[in-house]
Structure formats: structure tokens, C-alpha cells
Design a protein around this ligand. Structure first.
Ligand SMILES: Nc1ncnc2c1ncn2[C@@H]1O[C@H](COP(=O)(O)OP(=O)(O)O)[C@@H](O)[C@H]1O
Ligand SMILES: [Mg+2]
Length: 392
């Protein structure tokens, strides 16, 4: 008898593919608490997943790509090629699992070209591309069609996390850009805290923005995720947030916190635009950044950098805050500015440090000023503070 022969029974069922089975498997394993609203959203995503299998709207022949492509790719009344599936706009309060569900969907989306990106980052990229295109094509008036060609060539499915419009420069290009993307058969899935009809509300220039809202409501099904709990808050409420002294134990506690908050062991690099420059964060996942004290306070960063950080992420996991004093006064000043920015935006902070907040800065020129910082750091560990929503 061949003892090495595989003994797997031929009848063992393979797990069914798609976001709904993936969601159910996570609930069954205990990684997720069962939630009816999430399960319903997972069903909707499963439908879309099925409709998108193998979807490929032939980006190599965009409109203008020749007589035949134009002839055969008839547009529906809405301006998208016939048969293009509607996308999905997943909206709800923070911590309801919108990003988690979209990520499950994205991971199994079975089509040749797909992309998941934070919406803010996508818009920055668009502005950079427009800028580069205008420089390369002086005198040509309209950068939107080539931009849409480039974006559509990269992805037939675009998943945007945290869809939000704050910026008039974004508002001005969004309508035409999205129209052009839909025209090219791109399907959009987005998570947002804001209903489409409330986007850019109360801002000057809103009237010009209304056609974009109409377009979103036409091309995307809106699904309100009314999950029972704010799972993010529950996760952070269970975590100690200030780890002292420095050493292997504190480092492991921060590893565990990052994993608990993001579901990932490590994050990915992320670049934020700050006043025409960019701030590189080494590790970001699910709105949580992990960084060393030295990386954030050991080099020339200022209030604008910390502000960009505090609006972009909801939690900072910060390694290695040293004792502060005369010998590292610059670092101390930057740390004060960093904590102010985090505090003002209700960002959560999980840190490892050489000492508790009120023992961190006992001497030197900034010591008096640091009292307020220490008091903020103590407050930021309270359950009340940890329950507050991030202000973006
Ligand atoms: N059903 C659930 N059970 C346990 N944890 C959950 C559940 N749903 C979401 N989470 C976790 O809660 C946190 C917040 O979820 P997230 O998808 O980021 O929320 P949102 O994007 O709606 O703000 C994440 O760490 C996520 O993994
Ligand atoms: Mg989210």
C-alpha cells in the first residue's frame, strides 16, 4: 500500500466563491460577529460579483478607437455601454463594516482589471495626471478624455474607499470624469459616510455639482449599511493604548493592536499630498497608520503634515516615544504639534513610550507647554475619547 497517497475524499466540497461565502466563513470562524445588515450587504455584493465575472469592456478600443468600435459599442440612454452592470454605493456610519465588506468583495472580484484605492488618493492622482498631461500637450484644451482613457485602461472595476468631496477642485472635474469613465464601461463600487444627495452640501458651487450627484444615483445602486454596532469603536475600546516601558513587550502589544484594528499584520506604504509636497507613511491599512516616533518627529515635518495625517487616518500606532527634554527639543515640539493635530481630529493613538504621559517631559524649555499635551494624552486614553468619531 502506498502510504504517501493523498487521502482527501473526492467528495469534499470546495468552498463556494464570492463575497457572501467569504463573509459567512469569517462569521463561522469567529473572526466576525454575525450582523444581519452586513449579511444583506454581502448578498448584494454577491449579486454584483456574479454579474462582474470576467467583465472586460475592451479598453483598447475606447470611443474614438475606430469606426467599428464606435458602431458596435452602442451606448444606453445613461451613457454607459449596454449591459454594463450598475455599481454600488455603500453608505453608513463609521465602523459599520463598509470597508471590510468592500475589501472582501474586491479580493474575490473575478475580472482581469480591478483597482481598489482610497478616494482622496485617487483624486490626488487625477490632479497630478491632469497637470502632467497639460504640460505635455500645451494648447490642447481638454484633459478629461485622456485621463479617463488612462484610468479605464487600468481598471474596469474601481473600488473607492471613503468617497467624499470636500475640495472644489475635485468637485469641478468629478462630473465629467465619471461620465467619461461610465462611458468607457467602468463599474464603480464605493464606501462613504455620506449619502450621494448630501455630497458637497452647503458648499459654494454646489449647483454645478448636482449633475454629478444625479449621475452617481443613476449608475450606482445605493445601499445603506445599517449595521447594529460600531465595530471599530468596540475594537479600540478593548485595547490598552499607552504601553510603557519601551521594549519587546511594548512592541508586541503594538503589533497586536495593529492586527486587531486592521485585520492585517502589516500595512502598505501610503503617500499623502501636503501643500504640493508629499508625506510618505510607511504602513497604512484600513485607516490605521503605524510609524516610528523618529519617522514622524525626527525630521522636518510641520503642522500641515500632521494635519494631513490626522484627517487621513483615524488611528495612529506610534512606536518608541522617548523621554523628551533639552537634548531633543525639536522632536518634543513636533510631538506636541502632532498630538494637537490628532486630538483636534479625534484621532486615536496607540503608543509605546519610555514613560507615562505626565513623566515624559519633566525638564527643558517645552516642559511647561507639554503639560497640556500630557493632559491630552491622558484624555486620549479614556473610553469617552475612544468613543468619539474621527473628524475628517
Ligand atoms: N461583524 C463584525 N464583527 C467584528 N468586527 C467587525 C465586524 N464588522 C466590521 N468589523 C471590524 O470593525 C472595524 C471597522 O470596520 P470597517 O469596515 O473599517 O468600518 P467602516 O468602513 O464602515 O468605517 C474593522 O476592524 C472591521 O474588521
Ligand atoms: Mg471605512
Amino acid at each position: 500500500m502506498d502510504l504517501a497517497a493523498p487521502s482527501t475524499p473526492a467528495t469534499l466540497p470546495r468552498p463556494a466563491p464570492g463575497p457572501l461565502p467569504a463573509y459567512r466563513a469569517r462569521v463561522a470562524s469567529g473572526a466576525l460577529v454575525p450582523d444581519q445588515a452586513q449579511a444583506l450587504a454581502a448578498e448584494t455584493l454577491q449579486d454584483l460579483w456574479r454579474r462582474l465575472r470576467g467583465y472586460d469592456p475592451h479598453p483598447e478600443a475606447p470611443e474614438g478607437g475606430g469606426f467599428f468600435s464606435r458602431f458596435f459599442r452602442r451606448k444606453s440612454a445613461e451613457g454607459a455601454p449596454e449591459g454594463t452592470p450598475h455599481g454600488l454605493y455603500l453608505v453608513g456610519g463609521v465602523g459599520r463594516g463598509k470597508s471590510m465588506l468592500m475589501d472582501l468583495f474586491f479580493a474575490c472580484a473575478d475580472l482581469p482589471r480591478k483597482r481598489r484605492i482610497h478616494f482622496h488618493q485617487f483624486m490626488q492622482e487625477c490632479h497630478q495626471r491632469i497637470h502632467a498631461w497639460k504640460r505635455a500637450h500645451p494648447g490642447e484644451p481638454d484633459p478629461i478624455p485622456p485621463l479617463a482613457d488612462a484610468v479605464a485602461a487600468e481598471a474596469a472595476l474601481l473600488c473607492f474607499d471613503e468617497f467624499q468631496v470636500h475640495d472644489i477642485a475635485d468637485a469641478m472635474i468629478l462630473g465629467r470624469l465619471f461620465e467619461a469613465l461610465f462611458h468607457r464601461g467602468v463599474v464603480v463600487v464605493a464606501t462613504s459616510n455620506t449619502l450621494p444627495q448630501d455630497l458637497f452640501k452647503g458648499r459654494p458651487g454646489r449647483d454645478a455639482f448636482l449633475p454629478f450627484i444625479a449621475l452617481i444615483r443613476e449608475r450606482l445602486d445605493v445601499l445603506v449599511l445599517d449595521a447594529a454596532r460600531d465595530y471599530r469603536r468596540e475594537r479600540i475600546l478593548g485595547l490598552p493604548t499607552w504601553h510603557t516601558p519601551l521594549g519587546g513587550r511594548a512592541e508586541r502589544a503594538l503589533d497586536a493592536a495593529f492586527r486587531e484594528l486592521t485585520g492585517e499584520a502589516r500595512g502598505k506604504p501610503c503617500r499623502l499630498a501636503v501643500l504640493g509636497r508629499s508625506l510618505e507613511l510607511p504602513e497604512v491599512a484600513r485607516g490605521v497608520a503605524r510609524a516610528d516616533f523618529e519617522a514622524l518627529c525626527g525630521r522636518h515635518l510641520g503642522p500641515a503634515d500632521y494635519l494631513a495625517l490626522a484627517t487621513h487616518i483615524h488611528t495612529l500606532v506610534l512606536d518608541g516615544v522617548p523621554r523628551l527634554g533639552a537634548e531633543n527639543a525639536d522632536r518634543a515640539r513636533r510631538f506636541i504639534t502632532l498630538v494637537d493635530a490628532l486630538y483636534e481630529h479625534r484621532c486615536k493613538l496607540v503608543a509605546s513610550a519610555e514613560a507615562p504621559p505626565d513623566r515624559l517631559h519633566e525638564q527643558g524649555e517645552n516642559a511647561a507647554m507639554f503639560e497640556r499635551t500630557a493632559s491630552r494624552l491622558v484624555e486620549m486614553q479614556s473610553q469617552e475619547y475612544l468613543s468619539l468619531s474621527h473628524l475628517t
